[in-house]
Design a protein around this ligand. Structure first.
Ligand code: GRG
Length: 285
């Protein structure tokens, strides 16, 4: 099956599952959660989790709750990042951001609620065969990736960033923690739930690492190309530091590394390769 067709089928299933989780209550908090999560979003991370897991033989039924949890976590981070006290963005996915629609208090709570709901979904998720331990490891890895040493640390680096004397490594540390971690752990969680061997897990982890770094650099490139970086001059943007052409070159290298990580371990998945191909960036002349 072509990657586009596979991904569009999976996206439909994912949207149904997200809607069903979020239909639980008719409260203001759930309304704000639904507004933020549904009706938009590429679903890059949950689709990656599904594709990685299914490639190694896990079932969609097993993987879907984990995929939804990852998307809830991602949306919590977007709601909080958009708040005036953070990035102060009035729009998200082409519509008013959650706090513009519902007010800051309710948006803050909707973000909190999505985070805790994600862990409720994870706690109640099925586990492969009789291997409960795999589920524990997956939940623990997700928690570490988004916690005080992971995404939260990355967001702090981001909002306290001062570009003076900063090196490429500083930008990459921020990107790694803030953005790449959740992408890496999505790819790894799918494979782990499928019960793959340690060498294959390491290959998927490397693939997710490079894919995640590429994802952030591509976002930086889009900001730079569309001249959206002025207001964020004190937020890290590696593409601005490197300049457009060098950044595009680095992006190509990161994506090649991601694909190479699969090839080195003989992981033949056109779908996983397609995730990398989607992140390619060409300079319009
Ligand atoms: C506030 C705790 C906390 C964390 C925030 C991920 C993050 C950390 C902030 C989001 C802001 C941002 C621009 C991050 C860079 C990563 C990125 C491009 C996120 C947008 O993800 P997409 O493109 O969005 O997958 P969709 O709408 O497709 O889901």
């Amino acid at each position: 099956m072509e990657p586009q067709e596979y991904l569009s089928q999976k996206k439909k299933k994912l949207e149904q599952a997200l809607e069903s989780y979020l239909a639980r209550e008719d409260s203001p908090v759930f309304a704000a959660m639904r507004y933020a999560v549904l009706d938009g979003g590429k679903r890059f991370r949950p689709l990656l989790l599904l594709a990685s897991g299914e490639h190694f033989g896990a079932t969609e039924e097993l993987l879907l709750p984990y995929a939804c949890a990852v998307e809830f976590i991602h949306n919590y981070s977007l709601i909080h990042d958009d708040l005036p006290i953070m990035d102060n963005d009035e729009f998200r996915r082409g519509k008013p951001s959650c706090h513009k629609k519902f007010g800051e208090g309710l948006a803050l709570l909707a973000g909190d609620a999505l985070l805790s709901y994600a862990f409720e979904v994870l706690a109640e998720a099925p586990y492969p065969g009789n291997n409960y331990h795999l589920k524990e490891v997956v939940i623990s890895e997700i928690a570490k990736t988004i916690g005080p040493g992971g995404m939260i640390a990355g967001q702090w680096l981001d909002i306290s960033f001062n570009p003076e004397n900063k090196k490429i490594a500083d930008y990459q540390e921020t990107a790694l923690k803030k953005t790449a971690g959740l992408i890496r752990v999505s790819a790894v969680s799918g494979a782990r739930l499928a019960g793959v061997s340690q060498p294959l897990l390491e290959a998927i982890e490397k693939y997710g690492h490079y894919l995640g770094l590429a994802f952030q650099l591509r976002d930086d490139l889009e900001d730079l190309a569309q001249d959206r970086t002025d207001k964020e001059v004190f937020r890290p943007n590696l593409a601005r530091l490197l300049g457009l052409e060098s950044a595009v070159q680095l992006l190509g290298e990161l994506l090649s590394e991601a694909i190479q990580s699969l090839k080195d371990s003989d992981i033949k998945s056109v779908i996983l390769e397609y995730f990398a191909e989607q992140l390619k960036f060409t300079i319009e002349k």
